[in-house]
Design a binder for this molecule. Sequence first.
Ligand SMILES: *Cc1c(COP(=O)(O)O)cnc(C)c1O
Length: 404
Amino acid sequence: MSAWFSQLAANLEATAAQGLYRARRVLATPQGSVVQVDGNRVVNFCSNDYLGLANHPDVVAAFQAGANCYGVGSGSAHLICGHSAAHHALEEELAAFTGRDRALLFSTGYMANVGIITALLGAKDAVFEDRLNHASLLDGGLMSGATFKRYAHGDVGHLQGQMAKATGNKLIVTDGVFSMDGDFAPLPALVAAAKAADAWLMVDDAHGLGTIGNHGGGILDYYGLNQDDVPMLMGTLGKGLGTSGAFVAGPALIIETLIQKARTYIYTTAMPAAVAEATRASLKIASTESWRRDKLQALASHFRAGAGQLGLQLMPAIAADKTNPEAVVSAIQPILVGDSERAVAISNALLKAGFWVSAIRPPTVPVGGARLRVTFSALHETQQVDGLLDALATIMVNHPPTFK
Ligand SMILES: *Cc1c(COP(=O)(O)O)cnc(C)c1O
């Protein structure tokens, strides 16, 4: 017992020595462009509340009305007695929003990804994942027991080589907008590769949903891809939509299979019905108020231009289409720093200057790939972005790279 304790202590010390120690900061306010953290008011550039809906009055009111109507706890899993009219209506609205047969709610995105992949694949099958996929997608692939291959980031040729050697049912899995890089999966090429190899494609659009596409339909909307092209679209509710939970949308046969077989769906309590009611309200705002997406685009583009002038190392968090080479900018605009300790030092200095930007370090990103993950919200103002750029200009110089 005491030996085990000393092991844990040594591990924590080693983590700290590498600049990889993680600590929570305590928030005293709702999400918004300005928040109070550890007693100080700072501009928040690290939230995934891209459209500014987490504390929107209509969403809060829908949540309260939902609690008045359904209470707080849902009482059980969906398949026992926890599936309320609110959940059911939200599923129908998500299916319509994504243009798919049906949608199925999960309590979290992590659970959705694990549940979908493990329900569809077994030991005789094969799963192919982009190297930079979200941890929940990788975990789902590993837990499925299928042959598990990771292809180089965005490298469709590499994927095709791996698929050529595979047997059984083949599933390709990718983030739509990559969570820590902000770049876009090469979806048209992935769809073509999937069709040619008789594989299915699953897209996790946690960061595209609400933020891109004509009505916020996400990356599939942007590229004009339907349910035949991408049978499984997974989306989260806790980011652009500002609430909590997740869903998968696709053909009825797949949804029905997941209801029967996805363990993270079956063996867990349904999300509170009030969360479903709040999400119905936020979905309405997200799909109709396109000014939120336009503003997000403008802020992120403004930041890219300013950071470029400062010589900061941006990432290719931008997608082009045929008509406009700079058509869509991601709400995630990381600045590559490299060294973890330097990334933390810069993040701490920014916080002191009144700007909250999180340092993302391994194992969330590859070793040597530490970065400042700057994210934007429709609630930011241009002058706040300028303030961040000014602070970065000084602080990056004061924290030069160290060569070890
Ligand atoms: C956040 C995220 C998830 C997990 O969603 P939660 O609802 O937070 O569990 C899954 N995939 C991606 C790409 C994400 O960014």
